[in-house]
Design a protein around this ligand. Structure first.
Ligand code: ADP
Length: 387
């Protein structure tokens, strides 16, 4: 139960006998239990009631503040202007702060100031004007807003970092292919030179030429990725997809050893329109998709991969890569485009997420469909070059 010290003396003065006693009990229970800090002041700004929550918030007891000017609990500009607020209100009836919640600074007993929300109500009580202020501590809310701000900054940094990380992984993934090929060709050349005769010399020359083509390709990938990172955008130009598909199909078989290579058939519209795309990046998408299909079909009898390119409407060309393999077998909660999931012993789980990044950059969408036992299909669209 609250002590009598919470009771506004002016109120008890204004009421007679029993009525006063029961009103006091009621007031005391309100002052003791009201969850927000509640302060009642008179028209001179003098504190007449101070709730238990106000005692906890400000660090003063009700006795310490009763009869004092409310200014002692205020920080900042309000400290100097408060008397004016009341005076103006009583004179003009203009509600500058009455009835509206505002954020003000409260000064605590230990001298620190904290942000609070203040709502003031006005009541006439007998001859007295009483103002009741409800005060809510905003410092926690502000701390959490501040924390939210910090988190936002962390998140921005994180996504910047992860973009760099993804790019680095993308480079590792894409470079792996030509560098493995270079190593293989050079090893073959070295072994061939064990028995140098005109025939093996000719083969060595072929192997070295192939190694050189692959190393040029590695250089192109690095340049392309470096451009991509520094500009953060794609180099979209008018592209004829037909040769791009042919190159991609050839490249997708590089570096796959020790398994059957599924045949790839293509169905390309005869009068396929030119699209706007970044040629090398789209080729990389098709390489990744066909390579995945080849790997998925390792144990499928009569494997088949189909690449279809169709002008689906006046604005778009759709490219799809389908296989008749086992379909996705992804663990619960994993989407096919999630980075770093791979069902392959040496997989990095980046191929599809790179595809998605590239298609996103083309303002498109790549979708995956799969029926267990019947295969998987990936589709995406590119914009036609309308100029
Ligand atoms: P990685 O090839 O390094 O595993 P990807 O991002 O290319 O990474 O693919 C992630 C996973 O998606 C693969 O490991 C495989 O389990 C599954 N997947 C991709 N393509 C197919 C497909 N055509 N058929 C079945 N599963 C596939």
């Amino acid at each position: 139960m609250a002590s009598d010290s919470h009771t506004p003396p002016e109120l008890s003065d204004a009421l007679p006998g029993e009525e006063e006693a029961s009103l006091n009990t009621l007031l005391q229970s309100i002052l003791a239990s009201v969850p927000d800090a509640m302060i009642v002041i008179d028209e001179h700004g003098k504190i007449v009631a101070f709730s238990a929550a106000a005692e906890r918030l400000f660090g003063y007891t009700a006795e310490q503040v009763q009869g004092q000017n409310i200014k002692i609990l205020m920080g900042g500009d309000d400290h100097s202007y408060h008397d004016n607020y009341i005076h103006n209100y009583l004179r003009t009836g203009k509600k500058q702060i009455i009835g509206v919640g505002r954020m003000v600074e409260a000064r605590l007993a230990d001298g620190t100031t904290i942000p609070v929300e203040l709502k003031i109500g006005d009541a006439n009580f007998g001859e007295h004007h009483l103002f009741t202020g409800f005060i809510r501590d905003l410092s926690e809310q502000q701390a959490s807003e501040h924390r939210m701000g910090e988190l936002q900054v962390e998140l921005t940094n994180f996504s910047r970092l992860s973009a760099v990380g993804t790019m680095a992984s993308a480079m590792a993934h894409e470079l792996n292919q030509p560098l493995t090929a270079v190593a293989n060709y050079l090893e073959a050349a070295r072994d061939l030179l064990d028995t140098p005769d005109p025939e093996t010399i000719a083969m060595v020359q072929e192997a070295l030429a192939a190694a050189s083509i692959q190393s040029i390709r590695a250089g192109q990938i690095i340049r392309r990725l470096r451009d991509y990172v520094s500009r953060g955008e794609i180099d979209a130009r008018p592209v004829d997809l037909r040769p791009v598909i042919a190159e991609a199909i050839t490249l997708s078989k590089v570096g796959i050893e020790g398994q059957q290579l599924a045949p790839v058939v293509d169905h390309i519209d005869d009068d396929l329109p030119i699209v706007l795309a970044d040629r090398l990046q789209i080729r990389q998408v098709i390489v990744n998709l066909v390579k995945n299909a080849v790997e998925a079909l390792a144990d499928t009898p009569d494997p088949l991969i189909t690449v279809t390119v169709t002008a689906v409407d006046d604005a778009n060309v759709e490219i799809s890569v389908s296989d008749n393999g086992p379909g996705f077998d992804l663990p619960e909660g994993h989407g096919p485009f999630d980075a770093f999931y791979s069902s392959k012993p040496n997989g990095m789980g980046l191929g599809l997420s790179i595809c998605q990044t590239i298609i996103d950059a083309h303002n498109g969408e790549i979708i995956a469909e799969s029926e267990p036992g019947k295969g998987a299909t990936f589709r995406f669209r590119l914009k036609r070059d309308t100029d």
